[in-house]
Design a protein around this ligand. Sequence first.
Ligand SMILES: NC(=O)c1ccc[n+]([C@@H]2O[C@H](COP(=O)([O-])OP(=O)(O)OC[C@H]3O[C@@H](n4cnc5c(N)ncnc54)[C@H](OP(=O)(O)O)[C@@H]3O)[C@@H](O)[C@H]2O)c1
Length: 250
Amino acid sequence: MNRREILSTLGATALAVSISGETTMADDNKTIAIIGTGRMGGAFGKLFAGAGYKVIYGSRNPGEEKVQAVVKSTPNGAAMSPKDAAAKAAIIVLATPWNATEAAIKGMGDLAGKLILDPTNAISFGKDGPSMSVDTSGGELVRDWAKGASVVKAFNTVGYFVIAEPKVLGDKVGVFLAGDDAAAKEKVMAMVNSLGFEATDVGPMKNARVLEGMSMLYMTPFMSGKSDQRFEWAVRRSGGVKLGTVRPAG
Ligand SMILES: NC(=O)c1ccc[n+]([C@@H]2O[C@H](COP(=O)([O-])OP(=O)(O)OC[C@H]3O[C@@H](n4cnc5c(N)ncnc54)[C@H](OP(=O)(O)O)[C@@H]3O)[C@@H](O)[C@H]2O)c1
């Protein structure tokens, strides 16, 4: 079974198998591992549990009171180590701080055949506000660290409170998808749209550089203390609109 076939099983109730053909996940495609139980982790838990997924949190301290509080607020939720959570799910969401993400990925062991959603932002905060902390993007690094998995950058420009409640604004909020695996992106696009967002494929993982820059713009109202001016990204589509007469280039 090749990676495309594996990903196609994510859309049906089927076993997920590794690239080598060995069964690595006993649970069906509606099981999702969320690594990290902070703001994004909790919000994704609410989102996915509300959509009928079984949510398994991967936590450094699954028995801790605050982690258990998140589990209790998640219908049918559970928490265990990130490695155990990842082994039980076909889909993994990385909800870890950027500086903990490499260790979190490497600590999960064999990720072959998994679909990883990466909402992280490789950003650091200095006295001038946020800036990129890598030369490329977090998305490209995550793709390279998560060997054998299909990584799709998604949700990195969306605030956790919108992820927890996508309809909070009435209109659909945009979710941009970048990645190098077309089949994985198609799968994530269908999933994101079914969760109540409007997904847009913005091309290869290299474009995560732009998406992570957009997350810095997104933070501006929060960083400047003008949170009444906060905004969400959404797309106004122009495909299909007849273009007016324009002056030729040159
Ligand atoms: N907050 C947003 O609205 C937002 C929006 C878009 C993107 N993002 C991105 O999403 C990611 C998560 O953001 P967040 O706001 O959810 O962060 P957060 O509230 O700080 O939560 C991060 C979670 O990651 C886990 N973790 C694993 N290793 C860790 C370590 N070494 N130090 C601290 N926590 C560690 C912790 O869960 P356990 O204790 O259970 O292990 C922690 O609760 C970040 O990369 C951020 O850039 C955030």
